[in-house]
Ligand binder design. Structure first.
Ligand SMILES: [Zn+2]
Length: 299
């Protein structure tokens, strides 16, 4: 019967052995959630009470509830286990070590949202592959997203908002909705949130029944946009980095304000964006000094 200190000590041992090491083997029967991918690096091992979590650098967290009978044990590769293999619920292997979780009460993996590393903080959003998915619930989750400054491109991959939208369809949905992928989610009006969710739902259900239709953004970098003739761009975005394809010429909905370019203030004089004008007027008022004084900027 492991007490909480034993779990804490096990986490410390696993942290020493595993953090910074690549995953070379993973087994877990009856795992609920995504499987950690081989080659990913262990980022942290933490414990809360009788829960022990292993976090990988692709944002997958393995959460084990050890209850009163579970334990984590650490072995050198090739070393004989002290408990029978049938009692193992999870096996995590690196090049040097094998960490085995025996008799855990619950084992699951999840992708945390950016802020709260615990599955109980948020249940998965509706699955948009399902024709009966609750669209309004997805819209509500978008509109009340915990951090309104996060980009819509990131939020669409958060499984707590909706499940089923992968990297391909987040690019296609944003292209179809003409929304800038880096738009802060808190800037999106309700009508745009509704359009994004309905578009995603329609695309994913079409994927259920038909061969995938032509893609308009994903994988088309350097090619002309089929709507405006601009050039489809690609960039790495997010943590972990994923390729984001979009059209900078026509995906302008809710575009974020440009970053002030401190390196070349004169270039800003030609920027017609309102945020650019405010920046210039602030700079002039302060005789070239850059300031955070919002009152002056607004006056
Ligand atoms: Zn375009």
């Amino acid at each position: 019967m492991p007490d909480k200190n034993a779990v804490h000590r096990a986490a410390a041992a696993l942290r020493t052995a595993l953090v910074g090491k690549q995953l070379v083997g993973f087994e877990a029967e009856k795992l609920s959630g995504p499987t950690p991918r081989l080659g990913r690096t262990v980022e942290d091992v933490v414990s809360h009470g009788r829960h022990l979590e292993i976090c990988w650098d692709d944002d997958i967290v393995l959460s084990t509830n050890l209850g009163f009978r579970g334990s984590w044990e650490l072995y050198r590769r090739g070393e004989t286990w002290r408990k029978p293999q049938r009692m193992a619920r999870v096996v995590v292997e690196t090049i040097d070590w094998v960490a085995v979780c025996f008799n855990a009460r619950d084992v699951e993996t999840y992708r945390p949202d950016s802020f709260v590393r615990h599955p109980n903080f948020g249940r998965l959003g509706p699955d948009l592959h399902d024709a009966n998915a609750n669209i309004n619930e997805c819209v509500r989750r978008l509109m009340t997203y915990e951090n309104p400054t996060i980009s819509i491109a990131d939020v669409l991959l958060d499984q707590h908002v909706a499940t089923g939208i992968g990297n391909v369809y987040r690019c296609e949905v944003l292209w179809s909705s003409e929304v800038h992928p880096l738009a802060p989610v808190g800037l999106l009006p309700q009508s745009t949130c509704v359009e994004i969710v309905r578009t995603a739902s329609a695309m994913l259900q079409q994927q259920n029944t038909e061969a995938p239709s032509d893609l308009f953004a994903y994988g088309r970098n350097g090619q002309p946009c089929k709507r405006c003739g601009g050039v489809i761009a690609v960039q790495y975005h997010g943590t972990p980095e994923r390729l984001l394809y979009w059209c900078p010429s026509c995906q302008l909905g809710c575009a974020p304000a440009p970053e002030p370019d401190h390196s070349d203030p004169i270039a800003r004089l030609t920027d017609s964006h309102p945020a650019g004008s405010m920046y210039i007027s602030e700079m002039v008022q302060n005789k070239g000094l850059f300031t955070d004084n919002g009152d002056q900027a607004a006056s």
